[in-house]
Each structure stands twice: as C-alpha cells, then as structure tokens.
Design a protein around this ligand. Sequence first.
Ligand SMILES: [Zn+2]
Length: 66
Amino acid sequence: MATADLGYLPRKNPCAQCGQPIPAPDWIENSARRISYLWHCKACDYRFEAVAFFDASHPDREALAA
Ligand SMILES: [Zn+2]
C-alpha cells in the first residue's frame, strides 16, 4: 500500500474569500485519482473545495484492474 498520497494533509489553508487561515479541512473525500478537501471558513462562513490530483502512476490499481 502506498501511503504517501494520503500523508499529505493541508493545514492553515487561507480562506479563498477573506484570507483567514483555516486549521484543517472540514471534509476529505478520497477517490481513485484525487482527493477533495472541503474547507469551511468560520470567520466568514465561506465554503470551498480544493482538489489534489495524483500523478498517473498507480501501478497497484492497474494491477487490480488487470
Ligand atoms: Zn473566510
């Protein structure tokens, strides 16, 4: 199992609207080739999503599909 991808957790992401740092994402959604982070700014109640895409190199998954 490759855990390097999941080890990356963004913190203190500045709010896309007011710029306040948000300590941690409200919600994290993992899918095959990307992770979606849902941020919720408590200062201005703004919600936004940031998506991290993986590199195409996932030999584990290709082996499962074969
Ligand atoms: Zn904000």
